[in-house]
Design a protein around this ligand. Structure first.
Ligand code: GAR
Length: 201
């Protein structure tokens, strides 16, 4: 059984879906939910699901390296085999990423390689894109890059706002991430493209 630590910064809706998926014959179990912000709403949700939680508040460290030493110490205590970034909004340095490369996944709310970074939905609308979506990928030192493990697509509607589009994409994140994590934990690296769901809004 693989042990998975999930890193969050906010509400943790993806984290909840991942934790809930890891039951029965799933090849992994969550061993820790770790936040870089003590006010992250996901911490209480993880505790309610019976998952150990930890906080490493990045604001209390002088630099990224010191923050990551503390992060690694929490991870060492929980002994994860792999990490799942789920709305984790801190940039990780190359030495930290190298330590976990091949064992660390991220979900990003765009169809990478389009729109790495922030404000993905506003950028897709601004560009006049007909579709948007989300990507689960392996983490490498470059931001929002790395081998793509899966994508799910949604239409961009003429009256979309960034918030409306974000909600439509988030529903697909909740389908995609558990499906990819399950395959990855079983040692499968081939790309998963989820079929679109009709009439989802
Ligand atoms: C999700 O949309 C996720 O894709 C995004 O943050 C949101 C977190 O929501 N991640 C990034 O933008 C990473 N660069 P959640 O806390 O409800 O899972």
């Amino acid at each position: 059984m693989k042990r998975v630590a999930i890193l969050i910064s906010g509400g943790g809706s993806n984290m909840v879906r991942l934790v809930e998926s890891m039951t029965g014959d799933h090849p992994a179990r969550s061993c820790l939910v770790l936040a870089n912000d003590p006010t992250a709403g996901g911490l209480a949700k993880a505790a309610a699901l019976g998952v150990p939680t930890a906080t490493v508040d990045h604001r209390t460290y002088p630099d990224r390296a010191a923050f990551e030493v503390a992060l690694q110490a929490e991870l060492d205590a929980a002994r994860p085999d792999m990490l799942a970034l789920a709305g984790f909004m801190r940039i990780l340095t190359e030495p930290f990423v190298r330590q976990w490369q091949g064992r660390m996944l991220n979900i990003h709310p765009s169809l990478l390689p389009k729109y790495p970074g922030l404000h993905t939905h506003a950028r897709a609308i601004e560009a006049g894109d007909a579709e948007a979506g989300c990507t689960v990928h392996e983490v490498i030192p470059d931001i929002d890059a790395g081998p793509i493990l899966g994508q799910a697509r949604v239409p961009v509607r003429p009256d979309d706002t960034p918030d409306r589009l974000a909600a439509r994409v988030l529903a697909q994140e909740h389908r995609l991430y558990p499906a990819v994590l399950r395959r990855f934990a079983a040692g499968r690296r081939e790309r998963l493209d989820l079929p679109p769901v009709d009439a989802m809004d």
